[in-house]
Design a protein around this ligand. Structure first.
Ligand code: AMP
Ligand code: MG
Length: 405
């Protein structure tokens, strides 16, 4: 296979993933509100009503007319009670007040609420202090949202607060983008299922759990496919089979230049290769293409490569297929020690990120070298992103970090 000898720049490869995914954006489905958490909103939402819907009390106390109150204490006549949840139609006339609870509609005539702690009650006489401004302790209709406002944007992640905002406007369902279905493959004749005995030369399959866990943490329900042997026909049949049933096919292993690396040729022969090889470390042999109805992401087999490529490209694919416009939060941290990088590729280095005693986020790089060292991943909680090109970074310099734990 030819055509991608040196690999693409990281950003160019990422742009291709986003463009291809945007051209295959998944369809919209309307779901009951309780099922929309964590999903991507498919359309703009305009407020069907104002929030609050009516003027109401912010506190438990007494609804009063501000004009009745002098500078010192004033005694008012208690003419009834207005609790939250029903409108009594009671009015507050001159010299009168009403007992009121938080969230209860402000009665006609009243324009302020005196909190109960600042009032003395004696039968139907209520004595209040003078220091009450008009509008005190009143929540006015529409002060949060005016009916017709655009309150949620298409492409937004539906966080608990946004779903709750939709609920507060009476919306029982929302349009969301369908989540991609994902088939996960691991491949290699040397791989053995945990729990089985190892023969000489064999290792346990650890990538499958890694990928399944990362995908589930991103809210997906991936399907693990039976492990692939290093057999071109078996690889071809399994991938083509999965590609007609899933939106995303993620493989790991068998994408480099080895004799047993059959995935790139299957894609080239039966589908379309969007790119193969990216100037990143680890993860250089990353492959991206389309096969039947699926986008195919071929991750290199080394466990740390799986990690770096999934966090940067896998997530971008998942997000773009759903039209997510909310960026993932960008985090930066100060390096605890220097980093000297001579090669031109973007590098992803394991690190422990923590907040120091001064409230500064710091990144302590893990010295383990080699993209096979999973223990260093488990001991760390983030990947430091070291930019393209040779870099001499001093301790204290700020780098981007991708936190994963
Ligand atoms: P490959 O890209 O197939 O040449 O694999 C690169 C390295 O990753 C080899 O040392 C493989 O044994 C290892 N590897 C590939 N797949 C897995 C997996 N699922 N779990 C653990 N190691 C793997
Ligand atoms: Mg292999």
């Amino acid at each position: 296979m030819t055509g991608f000898p040196t690999g693409l720049l990281f950003d160019d490869a990422l742009a291709i993933v986003r463009d291809v995914a945007a051209a295959h954006r998944l369809e919209t489905e309307t779901l009951a509100l309780s099922r929309t958490h964590g999903r991507i909103l498919a359309g703009d939402i305009h407020a069907p009503l104002s929030l609050p819907p009516f003027d109401n009390s912010a506190m438990d106390g007494f609804a009063v007319r501000h004009a009745d109150l002098g500078d010192g204490e004033t005694t008012l006549r208690l003419v009834g009670e207005q609790f939250a949840g029903r409108s009594t139609g009671l009015q507050v006339g001159p010299g009168e007040c009403l007992r009121i609870t938080t969230g209860a509609p402000l009665p006609v005539g009243a324009d302020a609420v005196v909190i109960k702690e600042n009032a003395r009650v004696d039968g139907d006489r209520v004595t209040v202090g003078g220091d009450v401004a008009p509008g005190s302790n009143v929540r006015f209709a529409g002060e949060d949202v005016a009916a017709g406002d655009q309150v949620l944007r298409a492409g937004s992640l539906l966080t608990p607060a946004r779903v709750s905002l939709a609920a507060s406007m009476g919306l029982a369902s929302l349009p969301v983008v369908r989540r991609p279905t994902v088939a996960v493959f691991s491949s290699g004749d040397e791989l053995v299922e945990p729990g089985m005995a190892l023969a000489p030369g064999e290792i346990y399959d650890s990538n499958r759990e890694l990928l399944m866990g990362l995908l589930r943490a991103d809210g997906l329900e991936p399907t693990a496919w039976p492990r692939l042997p290093d057999d071109p026909k078996r690889v071809e049949i399994a991938l083509r089979d999965a590609a007609c049933a899933f939106d995303i096919v993620i493989t790991c292993g068998a994408v480099s230049a080895g004799e047993k690396d059959h995935i790139p040729s299957v894609l080239a022969q039966f589908g379309q290769t969007h790119f193969w090889k990216v100037r990143m470390k680890p993860g250089m042999p990353l492959l991206f293409g389309s096969l039947d109805q699926a986008r195919v992401l071929g991750l290199p087999g080394n466990p740390v490569s799986v990690f770096a490529t999934y966090l940067s490209f896998g997530r971008a694919l998942v997000d773009a297929l759903q039209g997510r416009t909310d960026p993932r939060p960008l985090e930066r941290a100060q390096l605890l020690g220097p980093i000297d990088k001579a090669h031109p590729r973007r590098e992803f280095m394991r690190a422990r990120v923590f907040c120091d005693d001064h409230g500064v986020l710091r990144a302590d790089p893990n010295p383990a070298i080699g993209s096979h060292r999973l223990r260093a991943v488990a001991d760390s909680n983030a990947l430091i992103v070291i930019p393209d090109g040779p870099q001499r970074l001093a301790a204290g310099e700020v780098v981007e970090v991708l936190r994963y734990a």
